[in-house]
Design a binder for this molecule. Structure first.
Ligand SMILES: [Cu+2]
Length: 68
């Protein structure tokens, strides 16, 4: 399992975090998503078939691109 923490500048409140969690949890292989609206960080734990590329693309699609 891989664990990654992403800084997502567009997060402004808990609703943003909820939207991100909802979207990332739809990805097969994503095991957990934790977000913090204050630090604007989201921690994602995932394994195959999920990849970092898929996660980053999903974030960009919902207008919460991660700063990498
Ligand atoms: Cu928000």
């Amino acid at each position: 399992m891989t664990s990654k923490t992403y800084f997502i500048p567009n997060i402004s409140c808990m609703h943003c975090v909820m939207n991100i969690k909802k979207r990332l949890n739809e990805i097969e292989g994503v095991e957990s998503v934790e977000g913090n609206a204050q630090t604007r960080e989201v921690k994602v734990e995932f394994s195959n078939p999920a990849t970092e590329e898929v996660i980053l693309q999903a974030l960009a699609e919902i207008n919460y691109p991660a700063e990498v």
